[in-house]
Design a protein around this ligand. Sequence first.
Ligand SMILES: Cc1cc2nc3c(=O)[nH]c(=O)nc-3n(C[C@H](O)[C@H](O)[C@H](O)COP(=O)(O)OP(=O)(O)OC[C@H]3O[C@@H](n4cnc5c(N)ncnc54)[C@H](O)[C@@H]3O)c2cc1C
Length: 533
Amino acid sequence: MQVKEFDYIVCGAGSAGCVVATRLIEQNKGTVLLLEAGGSDQDFNYKIPAGIPVVINSTWNYTTEPDARTHHREMSCAQGKVLGGSSSVNGMIYLRGQAEDYDEWADMYGCTGWDFQSILPYFKKSENNESLSGEYHGTQGHFVISDTRLKHPLTRAFIKAGQELGLPYVNDFNGQSQQGVGFYQHNIKNGERGSTSRTYLASVRQNPQLTVQLNTQVEKVLVEQGKATGIECRINGTSTVIKARKGVVLSSGSIGSAKILLLSGIGPKEHLDSLGIEVKQDLPVGKNYHDHLHTSINATIKRPISLYGEDKGLKRYKHGLQWLLFREGVVASSVLEGGAFMDSNHEGRPDVQAMFLPVLDVFDDPSGQGKNYTHGITLKMCHLRPKSRGQLYLRSKNPDDAVRIEANLLEHPDDLQGLIRATQFGLDLLQQPSLSNEIDEVFAPDHTVKRDDVVALERFVREYCKTTYHPVGTCRMGQSPQDSVVDLNLKVHGIDQLSVIDCSVFPSIPSANTNAPTVAIAEKGADVLIQRS
Ligand SMILES: Cc1cc2nc3c(=O)[nH]c(=O)nc-3n(C[C@H](O)[C@H](O)[C@H](O)COP(=O)(O)OP(=O)(O)OC[C@H]3O[C@@H](n4cnc5c(N)ncnc54)[C@H](O)[C@@H]3O)c2cc1C
């Protein structure tokens, strides 16, 4: 049988993988094979921003191990399993985090060249912002970013409430300062989701140098004499070897990339030995796992004005038609229209985030209580800089077995305090006139949990907090193979022609949702790869 061969193999066509493959093709770096375990994103639900409840089913159902600190709950950490990866199923909020996040990468984690001033050009390079430009923004990139079209009266009330609490109105959360309240920008253009597959990849899809292979699960990287020479994968169930002349890039996300490395014999020696996997390189793969946690505050409202019921009956057809004809209306917008950032810990920079929904969240609601109510609102209250670190392990040598994620959420006491402060911030917002005038009853947390009762708040946090689908850090970058997996060029320590380019390389999670940081890191990673070739 003839073995297929390409110059580059990119494993995983998610937020990062689509960027890397596109840039390699644009720079004429040879033949590129982009492999994706999931299927196509052609269904119209991947185009409609309001299609999240449908497309969320195209995910890996990763779950964390039950843990006493979070009431012995398994938590879903779903990640996209489709062309475009998580950028095809996410909330489309466009945020970068704070300059200090990246400066800490350089100063605290030794990632010279990854400070904010070094990464800013890549944020700008990626960006095709419809209304912001200048020092912080780009307008010529692939990554479409727009202002929110729908400004629901309840989101406006939330934004006024933030100002009544003393926060400044912010027009640009990705500019000089994040602190404040305002409308988010989103990865949406002309009423359509701007996933990296529909933006970056679509621009090179017809190039004969590019092959995109869907429904293909990469099982391991082939390593010969310290060099990656190809991969082993299953295409529609059939095992296949594909060779790479110039390089293999893992872009399978924080859970997927770590799993492939471990199956390839690249990881902690002790763990690999225990499974009988031949060790190719002893590296801390799977360690440094972390994620954002949030709590949901749910309230019913007095007037029947939330988005409840807009997806039913005649309204559903009306909105569908409006989108089909004009790419406008409720379904052309992300439900997460507005948000806020606050420095609740007097650190000189925000440490908590609010994401507001002008509807009760019955789809991603840890307490599950929203299902019994009708019109209402949800505030998702997030702690931005978790200090707890977990670890990801293989259960066996079998690539079909799910990984074991010991997330250790809330292990660090500061994380519990951070989530309590985030929840208090949400409760304070609800007390402000513009929101309190609309609220009927706050039912999660219930009436027994008072704003200053930290014991009750701790109980609420432990019982109902959940991940924000932002797992990062399992293949962290750094200078030393003792505490990092990839070097500052994102090449795996000790293995030639093998890179990891996705959110798994983050040494620590930025203070924001993680899609834009992943795309910027992919832009820089692709640049480094291209310069090296
Ligand atoms: C439900 C949800 C909502 C979110 N909301 C937001 C938001 O509003 N804003 C924001 O900024 N961020 C958000 N995020 C986070 C953000 O989307 C992710 O952090 C980012 O997309 C990660 O990019 P990645 O390239 O590292 O991984 P992914 O985009 O997940 O890509 C990994 C790809 O690799 C594929 N893969 C995995 N294993 C294999 C294998 N063995 N073989 C072949 N292919 C494989 C996967 O199927 C996937 O397509 C959200 C995430 C989720 C899941």
